[in-house]
Design a protein around this ligand. Structure first.
Ligand SMILES: [Mg+2]
Length: 263
């Protein structure tokens, strides 16, 4: 098989989760250099915004950037040719996504306001307002809870009520959750990048550790999938069902083990 594109989650996959981003381990740096030498395209596929990705990049200890950045679990960016570390829209996916989210949130807003008020009263979740695609600062864009158990409760509640608004969905990453249009996730963003680059699913590798990675790990958007040992059970189950590789080592070390099998 010929590998042409790799899609890697960032937090919990390239670096340990939830600490301030750390340096990539030496083995990972070596492997990424090998990937570049072979001309394989590397996309970081993350819930971070471009600004938060760039902030993290200051600490990881490599002097090169990924070839593409798939951010906020939806957007597709290519590097800006004028400025290192800056990203610009690749194709019109982001514009279409923005419009789809605008239309969705216009319809969903009363439901979302009601839902977050209830969630806040019930478990004291912190409501997040300032994501990129939100014009109205009072428009809830997502939320965060104190514990995973609280977030389990939140998603169970949201699954009950979101049927009232077609296409309303969410992306969960541990105790963080972002509301979104159900057609936009790490999987569909990856497929759009692949379409723009004319790369097929069986030439793509994807790796991730958490709920928001599930859409790109089912085998449809990338045939070759993997997860590090620290991945949550749901990710491991999905990777196993897609005949993927469950690494025995954590985060960046697990990514190295998964990719070495393919190279
Ligand atoms: Mg992660």
């Amino acid at each position: 098989m010929s590998l042409k594109l790799i899609s890697t989650d960032f937090d919990g996959t390239l670096v340990p989760a939830w600490d301030a981003p750390q340096r990539f381990c030496d083995e990972l740096v070596e492997l990424l250099q090998e990937i570049r030498r072979r001309g394989i395209v590397w996309a970081v596929n993350t819930g971070r915004s471009p600004a938060l990705l760039e902030e993290a990049w200051g600490t990881v200890g490599v002097d090169f950037h990924p070839d593409y950045a798939l951010t906020s679990e939806r957007d597709v960016f290519r590097p800006c040719s004028q400025r290192k570390g800056a990203w610009v829209d690749f194709g019109d996916w982001n514009t279409r996504g923005f419009r789809a989210h605008r239309e969705l949130f216009d319809t969903a807003l009363p439901h979302l306001r009601q839902a977050v008020a209830y969630i806040k009263a019930k478990i004291g979740a912190r409501i997040l307002y300032n994501f990129d695609h939100v014009n109205d600062p009072s428009e809830p864009a997502g939320l965060t809870t104190k514990t995973e158990a609280d977030m389990d409760w939140v998603v169970a509640y949201l699954d009950e009520i979101r049927t009232a608004v077609p296409k309303l969905h969410y992306q969960r990453n541990s105790i963080y959750l972002r509301f979104c249009h159900e057609d936009y996730d790490k999987g569909t963003a990856l497929s759009e990048l692949a379409r723009l680059l004319d790369i097929k699913a069986d030439e793509i590798f994807a790796v991730g550790d958490h709920y928001n990675d599930l859409p790109m790990l089912g085998g449809r958007h990338a045939v070759h999938v993997a997860c590090p040992a620290n991945a949550i059970r749901e990710v491991k189950d999905t990777v196993r069902s897609a005949d993927g590789f469950l690494a025995k080592r954590e985060d960046g070390y697990g990514v190295v083990d998964a990719l070495k099998r393919l190279l």
